[in-house]
Design a protein around this ligand. Structure first.
Ligand code: THU
Length: 133
């Protein structure tokens, strides 16, 4: 699976976003170490705080299926009706990624045409983790 193909999986997941309140549509695709892909989209709720981001949907799907080893995460997001340009993961999602992924974990941000790879450490420096407890 190439980085671009993983971005395309995230883009496809974005099309399934349930975001009638924000009209901001996000898709994520999580690649496991053995090559499987778990996708997620943001799922909003009339009680706004019950909303779940695309990244956490993908991670929770994967972990609940028994996966623990991940290779990369692609994220595609943007306003409804517009081409996704760049969507950075929210702080809560960064923390959830850090629970399961190492500092050098690859996170792809952008769209299917243009994207850039970041490490988790770049997006969440000085993170709090299990080793701090
Ligand atoms: N959203 C995500 O799905 N991922 C992020 O990292 C940023 C925000 C969603 C949550 C909400 O449904 C909408 O985008 C606007 O915040």
């Amino acid at each position: 699976m190439t980085d671009r193909e993983l971005m395309e999986c995230a883009q496809a997941a974005r099309s399934r976003s349930y975001s009638p309140y924000s009209h901001f549509r996000v898709g994520a695709a999580l690649l496991t170490a053995d090559g499987k892909v778990y996708t997620g989209c943001n799922i909003e709720n009339a009680a706004f705080s019950a909303t779940v981001c695309a990244e956490r949907t993908a991670i929770f799907k994967a972990v609940s299926a028994g996966e623990r080893n991940f290779a990369a995460l692609a994220i595609v997001g943007g306003r409804e009706g517009e081409t996704a340009e760049f969507c950075a993961p929210c702080g809560v999602c960064r923390q959830v990624i850090a629970e399961f992924c190492p500092k050098q974990f690859k996170i792809l941000l952008g769209n299917t045409e243009r994207f850039r790879a970041y490490t988790l450490e770049e997006l969440l420096p000085l993170s709090f983790s299990e080793s701090d407890l």
